[in-house]
Design a protein around this ligand. Structure first.
Ligand code: NAD
Length: 422
């Protein structure tokens, strides 16, 4: 989008992640030694690896896998393919995964991976080659008991299938639990594809009760129309909400009477963009973020809600389906303005929660029904929302600081109980 803030100009998200942690550590009066431990990742692997392209020439790509903290269990976190991936971004995302797993109280630490590549420029064969070689390069770190990747921006169930197959080929037998977000046919979980959006909707149901703002009839704007954004649109429309505006990396569209999310998805599938969907007017990204609506869902990339945007947001609730969409300055402004924020580490934790269910099912070779998965997800999300909201009330802090306080105290407890080795 022409007015889209580029990630390069935006604040360094690793500095943002550390700042958010520092704030929570201060509120919790965390021991200084423990602060030093939790403020940095445990492991960082950088790999430069060759891929033979379709025309026969060899290209070298750079990728990362970072593990932030493993006190509560193996590392868990997605793999992202994007031209703006950097080590700092992967560090921030790994740290956020530690807190996210702790907020929903599942037995994982935080990890993340990424490759610097614009996957739109790769053929399917090149994408497979890149994925298999990247999986090989990070295989010293990953494994079902050590570090379990999942999809993130521009990776999907097919990517996970290739990683699982590559890892299994090396070991000589099928190890489905090495990644989550796999296709159902090879050990994926029912409900995983919808889980991030469903978890966000469970949070929105809780928030709507707190604010007495029913979802039925609420007007919703969504930035990003990929896995998280498009499915959130469908689930919210099913709750009776009106989806007034959506965007993707190429365009934004608006119709105050409401969009049909499935039809927008079909249009995007056909045309590669939401732009031009019949009956809509075009929107810039800035206009989408500040549009007249009740609920704003950033579901694209980091650093979208800046201080300037935060001053002009009209939504009463911001539900962060994306990771890190709001800068710390914007956070303070939203809190001051009374906008109810559902922070990323809570709002989008449905994805990792059903990933956890997938991993449990793989390890037991026993698969659950979708009803059981959605019910268990709701139980976990509701409990997490309540823990965060109560923390926010008791300590009179914003919801993000509250979520960090819940998460950091759990990770700190586990780290302290285990003690320092040697
Ligand atoms: P995706 O690749 O399926 O979709 C991303 C969407 O954002 C696409 O529609 C893309 O066009 C759009 N987009 C990209 N740049 C944009 C821009 N500058 N302006 C407007 N739209 C833009 O990715 P996803 O899996 O839906 O992930 C989206 C966000 O949700 C990321 O921050 C990711 O980390 C987070 N998240 C995803 C999951 C999951 O399970 N998929 C889980 C937790 C968090």
């Amino acid at each position: 989008m022409s007015d889209q803030q580029s990630v390069a100009q935006a604040p360094n998200i690793w500095a943002v992640a550390q700042q958010q942690f520092d704030q929570a550590a201060e509120k919790l009066d965390l021991d200084p030694g423990l602060r030093r431990v939790l403020r940095v990742p445990k492991r960082e692997l950088t790999v430069h690896f060759p891929v033979t392209m379709d025309d026969g020439h060899v290209e070298v790509f750079t990728g990362y896998r970072v593990q932030h903290n493993l006190s509560r269990g193996p590392a868990k976190g997605g793999i992202r393919y994007h031209q703006d991936v950097s080590l700092d971004e992967v560090r921030a995302l790994a740290m956020w995964m530690t807190w996210k797993c702790a907020v929903v109280n599942i037995p994982y630490g935080g990890g993340k991976g990424g490759v610097i590549v614009d996957p739109k420029k790769l053929s399917r064969k090149e994408n497979e080659g890149l994925t298999r070689r990247f999986a090989t390069e990070i295989s010293p770190l990953i494994g079902p008991d050590r570090d379990i990747p999942a999809p993130d921006v521009n990776t999907n169930s097919q990517t996970m299938a290739w990683i699982m197959d590559t890892y299994s080929m090396h070991k000589g037998y099928t190890i489905s639990g090495v990644v989550t977000g796999k296709p159902i046919a090879i050990g994926g979980s029912l409900g995983r594809n919808e889980a991030t959006a469903r978890g966000a909707v469970f949070c929105l149901q809780q928030a709507s009760t707190v604010l007495n703002l029913p979802l039925a009839g609420a007007r919703v704007a969504i930035e990003g129309y990929g896995n998280a954004g498009s499915i959130a649109a469908q689930l919210l429309a099913a709750e009776g909400a009106t989806i007034v505006a959506v965007s993707d990396s190429t365009a934004g569209i608006h119709n105050p009477q409401g969009l049909d999310p499935a039809k927008v998805g079909a249009w995007k599938g056909e045309h590669g963009t939401v732009g031009g969907f019949p009956g809509t007017t075009p929107l810039t990204n800035d206009e989408l973020l500040t549009i007249d609506c009740d609920i704003l869902i950033p579901a694209a990339l980091e650093n979208q809600i800046t201080a300037d945007v935060a001053r002009r947001i009209k939504a009463k609730i911001v539900a962060e389906a994306a990771n890190g969409p709001t800068t710390p300055e914007a956070d303070a402004i939203l809190f001051e303005r009374g906008v109810f924020l559902i922070p990323d580490i809570l709002c989008n934790a449905g994805g990792v929660t059903v990933s956890y269910f997938e991993w449990v099912q793989d390890m037991q070779s026993f698969f659950w029904t979708e009803a059981r998965i959605n019910e268990s997800l709701k139980e976990i999300m509701d409990r997490a929302f309540e823990a965060v909201h109560t923390m926010s009330d008791v300590h009179e802090v914003d919801m993000r600081t509250a979520a960090y306080m819940v998460a950091v105290s759990r990770v700190a407890e586990a780290t302290t109980l285990r003690g320092l080795y040697p």
